[in-house]
Design a protein around this ligand. Structure first.
Ligand code: 0O2
Length: 208
């Protein structure tokens, strides 16, 4: 018997990296134009990813959804995701407005964990867009619609989230309450540094 392993993304799998690249390019153009007009960049770096097969299957399971292509691409909305890592908190909000203005991008969900941090200290601005692409979609449309998640954070927020994410998967933590408390303290200290850096930038600009 031959077992053919099929991706949870089915026939749409090959489109996903192409869509991701196209959408990242749109964000690169925003940065380029901003640099030309204002002589400063809007973000430090950009990361894109297609959710791995394992991670998508785990998420379907966690949400009580069947492991189908429809659920992976339509019910779960972060198969395609971009992270924009900014230098300053203000730049997050400038970028949010620029993304909102992109043609073919429609915001369907927004969560401001920068102003309203999660209880564990997690900070980031999350947006889910319905984007129009040149590819067919799961609902039989062409041009097809896909979801794209964009997370916007400062460098400090990103460092914290990466380390916290890594540590969460270590199961041999002896005193989880203490660790949670320490992580929260670190997140708040980093947020306070972000505010200071923002203030310093404003002071420098006032001197210009
Ligand atoms: P990964 O590894 O990024 O793929 P949902 O997206 O529906 O599961 P929710 O709560 O509605 O859950 O979405 P939310 O709060 O917008 O968070 C979704 C994503 O934000 C997560 O995706 C993480 O990337 C990130 N995130 C949220 N909370 C935390 C946190 O406390 N710590 C860290 N490090 N990241 C967080 P995934 O699919 O869980 O993971």
């Amino acid at each position: 018997m031959i077992i053919v392993a099929t991706s949870i993304y089915g026939e749409y799998e090959a489109y996903l990296p192409q869509i991701l690249e196209e959408m990242m390019n749109k964000i690169r153009v925003i940065n380029q134009e901003y640099k030309e007009n204002r002589n400063c960049k809007l973000y430090e770096h950009l990361i894109g990813r297609i959710k791995t097969e394992n991670s998508m299957r785990e998420k379907c399971q966690r949400k009580g959804l069947a492991m189908s292509t429809k659920n992976a691409l339509w019910e779960i909305k972060d198969a395609i995701a971009i992270r924009v890592v900014c230098g300053f908190v203000d730049d997050i909000y400038t970028m949010v407005e620029q993304l909102r203005a992109l043609s073919g991008w429609r915001v369907i969900q927004e969560k401001d964990y920068v102003k309203n941090a999660k209880p564990n200290g997690y900070r980031s601005y999350h947006m889910i867009f319905d984007i129009v692409t040149k590819f067919p979609d799961i609902n039989g449309r062409q041009p097809g619609h896909y979801y794209l998640e964009v997370q916007l954070r400062t460098i400090a927020m990103d460092s914290w989230a990466s380390l916290e994410h890594e540590m969460k998967y270590k199961h041999d933590i002896k005193d989880p309450e203490k660790i949670t408390k320490e992580l929260k303290r670190c997140a708040d200290e980093l947020a306070s540094c972000d505010i200071s850096m923002q203030t310093i930038r404003q002071l420098i600009h006032e001197e210009d």
